[in-house]
Design a protein around this ligand. Structure first.
Ligand SMILES: [Zn+2]
Length: 352
């Protein structure tokens, strides 16, 4: 594995490219922010919201209750807008995640939570874990489809998403400011599994998948990334969110360096561990790289922390034993270990 000469991203990271000096595209995208005219971008953002305002709500803001979506709601309210908060409920909600979701409403917004059928959801969790090594696949589909469905149903024309992942973590279309069906299919992390592939598996029918479908008629609905219009920094978002009632953990989440993100879902530790198995880096690397780019950590000290935390086996997630979490989706420890073995990247781990 080769690594970026500035941060710690490896060349196994999908869609990441390197320049002739060995600097990765995430670092290069970040550098470009220094020459952005942010006042002009802010004005551009306000213009877009004004152009798309509907009779009732000015826009929809998808919220998980995390630090970023809390910040998004705060920002929109500070700019004088009236957003409708929409949550696609997570897979296995933690009590802390529940409190942070409840906190969103106290910021002064109406809030719709859409829960999908848990019987079907757990089947999809299991199918996705077994087939593509991603327990969180249904969550990652629904967080994109559900807000768009609500927008289409209520006649709201604008959805304000958070960060542009390609800009934050490197990838093509890093300067993309809109999120639409094409973006979702190309960059939404669906890993080659289509919603339609699930029909017929484990008794799943087309009707069970309504909320996972991108609506047919989305004419006039636009999605933009707030991170394109305002400088985006997870730690700053956390500080702002904390001042408005957001709660973090007293210590970092297992396998991570941060106590302020991935707080809402017991399954996230499993999701992040599989990313490590496939690509040889995990969430600790992502967070460390964000801090290196912003000058808050040296590469050397970040490397020490990543070595200590990245790729930890998810024996417990938010204090809950692995066996209990996977039992919910009908997988036992033996089956889990077999899946782990299957997805461990032999090229990456043979070199270690
Ligand atoms: Zn880099």
């Amino acid at each position: 594995m080769k690594h970026c000469t500035r941060c710690l991203y490896p060349d196994t990271k999908p869609d990441l490219s390197f320049d002739s000096e060995g600097v990765c595209s995430a670092c290069n995208s970040f550098d470009l922010r220094k020459i952005v005219d942010w006042d002009k971008r802010e004005k551009g953002f306000k213009d877009i919201v004004w152009q798309h305002k509907s009779k009732d709500y000015d826009c929809i803001v998808p919220v998980s209750g995390g630090k970023d979506s809390t910040y998004q709601v705060i920002k929109l309210k500070q700019l004088g807008f009236n957003p409708l908060a929409v949550t696609a409920c997570t897979d296995s909600l933690t009590p802390l995640g529940r409190r942070n979701l409840d906190n969103i409403r106290t910021l002064g917004v109406d809030h719709i939570e859409v829960a999908t059928n848990p019987v079907i959801r757990r089947k999809i969790n299991r199918i996705a874990l077994e087939n593509i090594g991603d327990i969180s696949w249904p969550e990652h589909v629904a967080i994109f489809t559900i807000p768009v469905r609500i927008a289409a149903q209520l006649g709201v024309k604008l959805i304000v998403w958070g960060e542009c992942p390609q800009n934050e973590y490197g990838g093509p279309a890093a300067d993309n400011k809109t999120l639409d069906r094409k973006w979702l299919e190309e960059f939404g992390g669906l890993l080659g599994l289509r919603v339609s592939d699930l029909v017929g598996q484990d008794g799943i029918s087309e009707k069970d998948l309504i909320q996972y479908q991108y609506p047919q008629d989305v004419s006039g609905v636009t999605g933009v990334f707030l991170g394109h219009y305002f400088p985006w920094d997870g730690l700053e978002n956390f500080i702002v969110a904390s001042a408005h009632g957001f709660e973090c953990k007293p210590i970092p989440v297992e396998g991570s360096l941060a106590c302020y993100e991935n707080l809402d879902n017991y399954q996230t530790g499993i999701h992040d561990y599989f990313k490590y198995l496939k690509f040889g880096f995990g969430r600790a690397t992502d967070i460390a790289c964000n801090h290196i780019r912003r000058g808050r950590l040296t590469r050397a000290s970040a490397l020490e922390m990543v070595k200590a935390h990245d790729g930890q086996f998810p024996a417990r997630c938010h204090g809950r034993p692995l066996e209990e979490i996977i039992a919910e989706i009908g997988v036992d420890r033996k089956q889990f270990d077999r899946i782990v073995k299957r997805f461990r990247n032999k090229k990456v781990f043979a070199e270690c």
